[in-house]
Design a protein. Structure first.
Length: 262
């Protein structure tokens, strides 16, 4: 039985979706060794091809396209799920990018969407995604680009939304927002890659069929998040595209990568 290292984030959507695979609850000829890390850390680690399977921002894919290939299951992609720019007071997006602006990583899809919408920020400040709200609240930066559960909790920090970049993308293209996907290292043989894709699909399907089964695993990695935020996070980011990328999903990814290339 072949062992594959599988990198995914400790966020509720990933721990929910991949709980069954990690805990041996799906039938697969593979043995999975989970590697939990922030998405930007996974993006960076992909440059060296360290992990056989990994979650990867679509914004990071152009730099590692020779090392990894996209799988059709496990994606975070959909409607109404894009990153937000937030600030302490109302301002325009142009004002937000004209000063220090915290970002969750240069390889994230969030940063790509920001640059597509507003151009290159004057002073991007890289912070781990879960430190951005505090940096904005404390005045360390003018605004912040937030992802994951921060889109549900920014108001608790007294912050306001400047722009929803997912809504901007959907308005410009009419396509769902492609955030990140599951990738297999290019040197895996086709049989192994297909087995991994099938196992990931089975894990997501198991999560939908048995939503309570992963509750303890999700909670163990959710830090200080409330059950309500965890549930909202999962509902937003785990959907039909997580089971199988449709033509709409693949078209959205292609459109994003084409825009990035321009």
């Amino acid at each position: 039985m072949r062992t594959l290292r599988f990198g995914y984030s400790p966020c509720p959507n990933d721990t929910f979706a991949f709980h069954a695979l990690t805990h041996g609850l799906v039938d697969t000829p593979l043995r999975i060794e989970p590697v939990l890390a922030d998405i930007e850390e996974l993006n960076v680690r992909a440059r060296s091809g360290e992990l056989e399977l990994t979650k990867l921002s679509y914004g990071a894919f152009p730099a590692v396209g020779d090392r990894y290939r996209l799988l059709r299951s496990g994606a975070a992609l959909g409607h109404g799920c894009g990153p937000l720019v937030v600030a302490r007071e109302p301002m325009s997006l142009e004002e937000a990018v004209a000063g220090p602006l915290a970002i969750p990583g240069r390889d994230t899809t969030a940063f790509l969407l920001l640059r597509l919408a507003a151009g290159e920020p004057v002073e991007p400040v890289e912070l781990r995604y879960d430190r951005i709200l505090a940096a904005v609240e404390n005045g360390d930066v003018r605004a912040g680009l937030v992802i994951h559960e921060s889109r549900f909790t920014y108001e608790e920090h007294g912050l306001v939304r400047v722009v929803d970049l997912g809504a901007w993308w959907e308005g410009e293209t009419g396509l769902p927002v492609p955030l990140d996907g599951l990738f297999a290292r290019a040197d895996l043989d086709d049989e192994t890659a297909l087995a991994a894709e099938a196992a990931i699909r089975a894990s997501v399907e198991h999560a939908f069929a048995h939503p309570a089964a992963s509750a303890e695993y999700v909670r163990a990695h959710a830090q200080e998040l409330s059950d309500e935020v965890c549930a909202a996070h999962i509902a937003l980011y785990v959907n039909e595209f997580s089971v199988e990328l449709t033509d709409d999903g693949l078209g959205a990814i292609d459109a994003l990568l084409a825009a990035a290339a321009r």
